[in-house]
Design a binder for this molecule. Structure first.
Ligand SMILES: Nc1ncnc2c1ncn2[C@@H]1O[C@H](COP(=O)(O)OP(=O)(O)O)[C@@H](O)[C@H]1O
Ligand SMILES: [Mg+2]
Length: 272
């Protein structure tokens, strides 16, 4: 667990300094803006007045244990949930990919990709192109039930992509996949996002996934962002790069994992 003992980047600082990532993003239009957004369920405060700005092309990962309000924040951005107070501005074109692919069993793969769109040759062509982009060019006519978990999730990605979203929301999209498929899907999403450049908010509890994909990591804790930090690492990223390991260790520490001497004796706890 040498990584946990490495010096940590200053994650706890809430004001981000003028880093290279911040400079990159400053030229891009704002895609998402939250101002003093509040949301409670009963006496539990999920968001206690948060501000958040996400620019076009920015890949933001919201990291945190379950029950902290990650999905609630996503639902506020989709419009499925309304805030108690505050202001939320999002682009009209936004799509969500969930942990489960949510395919319609009675529609073939291409039908699922273009579901809800008008029936036209151009829509079908766009659907076919999206399937190609996710590596499923030969699967147009397959039924959802015949797909592997990874393939089904690729269809869900194609369905999101074909709508050319300005905001792509991903709620633990790889959590149900085996480890190898998860890595492949992370690379695929990284490539697709680099090509299409939507603003992205990806929710995960996987620290490695955050370090692999994010331009910026948020950690939600008790109603506010305890961490909001840029990941200034070149791409493609090497998970064993010392800088990547420093981010990883810092996030795990922030999440309360691998922080104490006792944890060091239980290395399994800090390698989720
Ligand atoms: N519609 C709801 N009504 C009441 N409580 C809710 C509702 N949605 C979520 N919660 C509660 O809000 C908290 C955060 O939930 P959620 O956003 O799903 O967390 P996460 O996605 O981080 O696991 C949990 O305690 C959950 O039980
Ligand atoms: Mg959730």
């Amino acid at each position: 667990m040498s990584a946990a003992q490495a010096p940590l980047p200053p994650l706890a600082q809430r004001e981000r300094s003028a880093t290279t990532a911040a400079a990159r993003r400053s030229g891009e239009p704002v895609a998402v803006q939250l101002r003093d957004v509040r949301k409670s369920f009963g006496d539990k405060t999920i968001l206690g007045g948060v501000d958040l700005t996400i620019h076009r092309g920015e890949f933001v990962v919201l990291l945190g244990p379950s029950g902290t309000g990650k999905t609630t924040l996503l639902r506020l951005l989709t419009g499925l949930e309304r805030p108690d107070a505050g202001e939320i501005r999002v682009p009209r074109q936004r799509t969500v990919v969930y942990q489960e692919p949510r395919l319609i069993p009675s529609k073939r793969v291409l039908g699922n990709v273009v579901v809800g769109q008008r029936r036209s040759a151009s829509v079908r062509t766009a659907g076919a192109r999206a399937l190609e982009e996710v590596g499923l060019a030969g699967k147009h006519k397959d039924w959802p039930a015949t797909l592997s978990g990874g393939e089904a999730q690729r269809v869900a990605l194609a369905r999101a992509l074909v709508r050319e979203p300005q905001l792509l929301l991903l709620d633990e999209p790889f959590a149900a996949l085996d480890a190898l498929t998860r890595l492949q899907m992370q690379d695929l999403v990284g490539d697709l996002v680099a090509r299409h450049r939507p603003a992205v908010l990806l929710v995960t509890h996987d620290v490695d996934e955050a370090v692999r994909l994010a331009d910026r990591v948020l950690i939600l804790n008790e109603g506010s962002f305890a961490v909001d930090v840029d990941i200034d690492l070149a791409r493609p990223r090497d998970r064993n790069d010392p800088e990547a390991l420093r981010y990883r260790a810092a996030f795990l520490a922030e999440l309360g994992v691998g922080r104490t001497a006792d944890d060091a004796h239980h290395p399994g706890r800090s390698t989720p």
